[in-house]
Design a protein around this ligand. Structure first.
Ligand code: SF4
Length: 361
């Protein structure tokens, strides 16, 4: 069916990826002055759709993102944007484009893997392709503000997972975070982004806490997409919070892309890793080691089934676990996971950490 256009703007879409679609929406709408298609939360159908048209050997992030892209096309997107990465993710965009074309969809495809490490000139050419009338000053401001929004969202999320388990009034943390997300979803200026962030931060910091004297602290490490994307990891961090743990996850876009890069972190883990092992293994090992040194009670390692780079991290985590006497729970996600199975494993892990803490105190 022919789409009815109300103006000459394009509708851009990006696969769902945790809370980062809000920052991307901002860059597209305020910087590129195009429309952004914000997908609703992923459902069981999203992953079923992605799995149906994916090769068997593809890892779960491929299937999740393909499902999102199909839903975006069905909802009217003209331009799909796919990301590149440090593993086979770099080839996924090209493959997904072919699969979608074979399914009969017509669309423009931007594969960011082709631009990674590229020069500024190439990125500006891309911006002009997406909007020939792009205003460079607006674009730069939009990118800056969109990135800032992602950083603020990471920070608020960190506060939430660190302390929500100890809230005196049930649901108070969630209420503030929901309102904050709503404000980021509709923000149209730097001022609105900053105001929303400051309000949320102050509100969270002023909440009353009933923190136990010896809270169970758990660090989450693992594969980039699965560790961050709550839908992909079945709300792992929220489940741990509900059990009563203080949870930290070093791996987020702020830490991985805007702070210390792989090369800067490697010297800090040299007793365990000497070479760049690809994808996010350095971040995984760095975070695990730092949790161990800071006296955390346990670590949860998250990966997608068949993810080679994260498989390589496992023996190193076993060494850290042995050296620091810190238990590690290994979770491998496919596209069909049982919630009950995960709940049982997390409960057992949490109980074991809590008991160990009582005995050693
Ligand atoms: S890091 Fe692993 S799971 Fe993630 S995209 Fe690469 S191969 Fe797939």
């Amino acid at each position: 069916m022919e789409k009815i256009k109300i103006d000459d703007k394009k509708t851009l879409a990006f696969p769902r990826f945790h809370h980062y679609n809000y920052g991307i929406r901002y860059i597209v709408e305020q910087g590129l002055e195009q429309r952004y298609l914000m997908l609703p939360e992923a459902t069981k159908e999203t992953i079923e759709l992605g799995s149906k048209y994916s090769p068997d050997y593809a890892c779960a992030p491929f299937k999740h993102t393909l499902g999102s892209l199909i839903e975006a096309l069905n909802a009217g997107a003209d331009v799909l944007i796919e990301i590149g990465g440090l593993c086979r993710l770099d080839y996924y965009g090209a493959l997904q484009k072919e699969i979608l074309r074979e399914l009969g969809y017509r669309f423009e495809f931007v594969n960011l893997a082709e631009y990674m490490g590229g020069r500024k000139k190439e990125w500006l050419k891309l911006a002009k392709r997406l909007n020939p009338k792009v205003n460079m000053a607006k674009l730069l401001t939009g990118v800056y503000d969109g990135v800032k929004m992602a950083e603020y969202m990471d920070e608020i999320e960190e506060i939430y997972f660190r302390s929500a388990a100890f809230e005196a009034e049930k649901g108070s943390f969630r209420r503030i975070c929901r309102q904050f997300v709503l404000e980021m979803q509709t923000a149209e200026s730097r001022g609105e982004i900053k105001e929303g962030y400051q309000k949320a931060k102050q509100a969270l910091e002023s909440l009353e806490l009933r923190r136990p004297r010896y809270p169970v602290r758990i660090g989450v490490v693992g594969e980039y997409f699965t560790a961050m994307d709550a839908h992909s990891n079945q709300n792992l961090q929220e489940k741990l919070v509900r059990l009563g743990a203080s949870v930290e996850r070093y791996l987020n876009v702020t830490n991985c892309h805007f702070r210390a890069g792989e090369a800067a972190l490697r010297p800090r883990i040299r007793e365990y890793v000497q070479y760049n092992m690809g994808a996010t293994t350095t971040w995984t090992v760095y975070a695990a080691l730092s949790y161990a040194k800071r006296g955390f009670d346990g670590i949860v390692h998250v990966k997608s089934f068949g993810c080679t780079p994260e498989m390589d991290a496992v023996p190193i985590l076993q060494n850290i676990s042995r050296d620091f006497h810190i238990p590690v729970l290994y979770l491998s996600y496919d596209t069909q996971n049982s919630d009950t199975g995960l709940d049982t494993r997390l409960e057992a892990f949490y109980d074991m950490l809590e008991r160990k803490k009582k005995v050693l105190r």
